[in-house]
Each structure stands twice: as C-alpha cells, then as structure tokens.
Design a protein around this ligand. Structure first.
Ligand code: ZN
Length: 314
C-alpha cells in the first residue's frame, strides 16, 4: 500500500472542521478526501481554493460530512456548487424506520436535507455514512456509528424549542476542570454529536483517527468494537475542538496518540492538552494557522515547521 499522503487541517476563524487528505496510490494517482467543510460558505470556499492551489486534482474523490451541526456542514453548499465530487458520505435520516419524530426535529436536520437535495440535483452519488463503509481505493473507513445507534439518537435530536436552550447552556458552561476526577465526570450529552461519523484512515498500516464531535459514549463504543484500530494511534483529531466534555483520560490512555491535532481557536481544554503532552503526545492546534502533516509529499512554499503546544495555558 502506498505511503505517500498528506493531511491539512484548515485554520478557520471559529471552532469548525475542514480537513483535506491527499492520498497517492501505488501508481502515484492522487485522491482527495474532504472531511467536513467548516461553518460558512467562506470556509467552504477556503477548502476549495486550498485544493485547487495545492493539488493537481480537479475534483474531490470523497467528501464526508461527520454530522449535521453547522460548524461541520455549513461550508458544503459552496463546495458542491464549485467542485466536482465523486462520492459523498452523509447521514440519511430516512434510513430509520421510526421517522415519526422527524417533523419536530426538522430544524436540526434542515442543513442535512438541503445538502442531500443539492447532491441529488447535482447528480452526486451519496451514501448514508455508517459503520463499515469504506472507499474502494483510499484506505479510509467508518468505524462509527451503526444504524441502530444513529436511529436511536435521532429520537433525541433537538427540536426547535430546545435549540435556544442548548445555546444558553453553552454560555453557562463551567470552567475547565483541574483534576482528573472532575475532568472525567464531564460528558457531552448531545445526541447530534454522539452520531458523529468516526473516520479511520490507515495508509501503510498507520492509524489516523478523525472524530468530528464524537462523545465519550461513542468513542468508548468504537474502542470496544475496533480495539486494534484505535489502540496506540499515530494521529488523533481530538474530538469536538478540544472540548473538556468529549474525551476521558482512559480514552486518551487507550488512544495514546503520537500526534494530536485540535481544530479550534478557543475553548480548548487546558487539562486535556496538558494530559496528552505529559504522556508524550505532540499536540497542535489550528489556532495559529493551517496545519499540514506530510508523508512523502513535497514541501510547500510559505509553510514552515509547525510549532507544537509545549505547556498549554489559556
Ligand atoms: Zn463541531
């Protein structure tokens, strides 16, 4: 299997994900993957421009929307309008048999529906993103969630009234905990985040894990089923922009990543980052610019060696 690829995490002006993978097969043919597209059309534009500038590919071979929160799905409208896409993986709530609640959670699913409608109109092939889905050439597959879990959580997606409530809750969040015990008590209970597609990229037996906004519950289930894939990672995208609510110390101990990347410029948990650093992980964030991870590809003009976070303090 080829060992030439690179990963770029885009620095956006807010906490949001847009990650570009360039993968070269044994014939040196290039493949582009886009995991999430940021929050706004401008973020989508940034992703498209980055691909056009630094890739020979004129299209995206695989786009993945981890879940339908704005900071992950928001930029896809621009991307679909402005670049060819071979294959698109996105949740499709229609696969759940008990769709009786769907009308009351339309607001949560509006962006998801708009994107699926756009894909239909543009003739882009899309697949419901579920555990086990994998690409025919690119070594990438989905480890989580399965359909049962997705459909169960769908029942708890926010309806219009609770959208405001959740927003207020976020404003009143408690501060970063300073002990392991307090840190491990925090749990993100968002049903939307729990359904985040967890993507596993495994070029040349390396282990790269992309987690979207996955929660402790979804990460624990993933570890249980895919213990080999998730142990001693080469790379971890820290879930939910480095939030204190989405990972535990035992999960971090299991992942034991060599490198961890955080797509965020605010609200990164100091406890989380220092915990990883103290156990030998090199931690980077997109706060001070795009972060490019290269393996076998050429260096880029204007890119310098990334600075890792040494001791983290907000
Ligand atoms: Zn997010």
């Amino acid at each position: 299997m080829s060992n030439k690829y690179e990963i770029e995490m885009l620095s956006l002006d807010t906490n949001a994900d847009a990650i570009i993978i360039r993968y070269f097969d044994d014939n040196d043919d290039e493949y582009i993957v886009l995991i999430d597209a940021g929050k706004t059309e401008a973020h989508g534009e940034k992703a498209v421009n980055q691909i056009k500038q630094y890739s020979n590919s004129k299209k995206i071979h695989l786009a993945i929307c981890t879940h339908s929160d704005k900071d992950h799905i928001g930029g896809f409208k621009y991307v679909i309008d402005n670049m060819g896409i071979d294959e698109f993986w996105i949740h499709n709530p229609q696969i759940c048999s008990s769709t009786s609640k769907l009308h009351s959670i339309q607001e949560s699913l509006k962006d998801n529906k708009n994107i699926r409608d756009m894909l239909d109109r543009n003739g882009v092939q899309f697949k419901h993103v579920r555990e086990g889905l994998q690409h025919s050439v690119i070594p990438i597959k989905i480890l989580f969630p399965d359909d049962d879990f997705y459909c169960l959580k769908l029942q708890d997606f926010r309806d219009y009234e609770t959208l405001t409530e959740i927003f207020l809750e976020h404003i009143n969040e408690s501060s970063d905990p300073n002990t392991e015990e307090k840190f491990n008590k925090l749990r993100d209970l968002s049903a939307e985040n729990a359904t985040s597609a967890i993507c596993y990229f495994y070029p040349n037996s390396q282990k790269y894990l992309f987690t979207g906004d996955a929660t402790p519950e979804s990460l624990e289930k993933t570890i249980k089923k895919y213990n080999n894939e998730t142990k001693d990672l080469d790379w971890l995208q820290v879930p939910h922009h480095g939030s204190k609510n989405n990972i535990t110390t035992s999960i971090m101990d299991y992942f034991k990543p060599k490198i961890a990347y955080i797509s965020a410029n605010k609200n990164i948990s100091e406890f989380l980052v220092n915990y990883l650093i103290n156990r030998g992980t090199d931690v980077y964030s997109t706060e001070d610019g795009n972060k490019l991870h290269r393996c076998g590809t050429d260096s880029r003009v204007g890119y310098s060696t990334a600075t890792k976070i040494l001791v983290f303090s907000l």
